[in-house]
Design a protein around this ligand. Structure first.
Ligand code: ZN
Length: 254
C-alpha cells in the first residue's frame, strides 16, 4: 500500500502510551499493546491480551517518527511476531509459557503432517486452565527457520524417502536455525519471574536458558498422532532429541 498522508495528531495521542521501545543487542524492538483479543478456544470465548512487536536495526526514540516511517515500510511483505497474554502474567508466581514457531500448514490449514495446529490450541487451553501464561507466536520460525518455500521443498523430499532432518540437511540447512533473542527481550518486558515452558523438546529448554530466559520447569504437550505424522514424529524423537512419553509423538516444529 502506498502512503497517502502522515499520521494524525489524534492517532498519535492514542498510540503514544501503547508502544514501548525495548533496546536490544540487535537494535530496537517496538512493542505495541495490550489489545483485548477475544478468541474462540474449543467453542468457548476467552479474552487474551495481545501484543505485537517489530524489530528494527535503527533506533528512533520519537514515536511520531517511528509510526510515520512504518506507514511506507511495506510491513505486510514481512512477518511480525506477537504474544498472547492470559491472566496476571506479570505477577503470578507460576506462569506457563509457550514459544510457538509459526507453521503455515499446521496452524492455518490444520495440516495433519505435523501437530503444530493441535499444539497451538492445546497450549492456549493449558494456559487458560492454569490461570496465567503467555504464548509467543514466532513468525520468522517457519519450518524451523528455513521459511515456507523451503519447507515445501523439504516436504517433497520427505515424500521421496527423506526424514525431516535429512530433508533440511539435503537443502543445505542446519537442522534447527531458530533464534529466540527478540522473543526473550519481549518476554522480559512483560514478566521478570521464571516461567514453566510448554514443550516436548529439551533442546529448546536448553537453548532458551542459554539465551537468557529464566525457566523454572517444563510441561510436555502431547497428542494428535495420526497415520500422516507418525513417521515424522518418530524422526523428531529419534533424531532431534525430543522426549517420548507414553508412545505418543511430538511435532518437528516444537
Ligand atoms: Zn507444523
Amino acid at each position: 500500500m502506498s502512503k497517502v498522508q502522515t499520521v494524525s495528531k489524534q492517532a498519535l495521542a492514542v498510540l503514544e502510551d501503547k508502544i514501548q521501545l525495548i533496546h536490544s543487542s540487535q537494535g530496537s524492538i517496538y512493542l505495541v499493546g495490550p489489545i483485548n483479543l477475544p478468541l474462540n478456544l474449543f467453542g468457548e470465548t476467552v479474552v487474551f491480551q495481545w501484543y505485537c512487536w517489530l524489530q528494527t536495526k535503527e533506533e528512533k526514540e520519537d514515536i511520531h517518527q517511528i509510526i510515520d516511517k512504518l506507514s511506507s515500510a511495506n510491513l505486510a511483505e514481512f512477518q511480525q511476531s506477537s504474544v498472547l497474554v492470559y491472566g496476571d502474567f506479570e505477577h503470578e508466581e507460576d506462569a506457563l509459557m509457550r514459544m510457538h514457531s509459526i507453521c503455515h500448514t499446521g496452524d492455518i490449514f490444520g495440516s495433519k503432517r505435523c501437530d503444530c495446529g493441535y499444539q497451538l490450541k492445546e497450549s492456549m487451553q493449558m494456559i487458560v486452565d492454569h490461570g496465567a501464561g503467555a504464548l509467543i507466536y514466532l513468525a520468522n520460525h517457519e519450518g524451523r527457520g528455513i521459511g515456507l518455500f523451503s519447507k515445501a521443498m523439504a516436504y517433497i523430499l520427505q515424500e521421496n524417502g527423506y526424514d525431516t532432518v535429512e530433508a533440511n540437511e539435503g537443502l543445505g540447512f542446519v537442522d534447527d536455525s531458530r533464534n529466540y533473542d527478540d522473543a526473550i527481550q519481549v518476554l522480559k518486558t512483560l514478566r521478570s519471574k521464571p516461567v514453566t515452558l510448554l514443550t516436548n523438546n529439551p533442546k529448546k529448554v536448553a537453548a532458551l536458558i542459554d539465551a537468557g530466559l529464566p525457566i523454572s520447569g517444563r510441561t510436555p504437550l502431547w497428542g494428535d498422532v495420526s497415520e500422516f505424522n507418525e513417521a515424522y514424529l518418530q524422526t523428531k524423537i529419534k533424531r532431534s532429541g525430543h522426549l517420548e512419553v507414553k508412545d505418543e509423538g511430538t511435532c518437528p516444529n516444537d
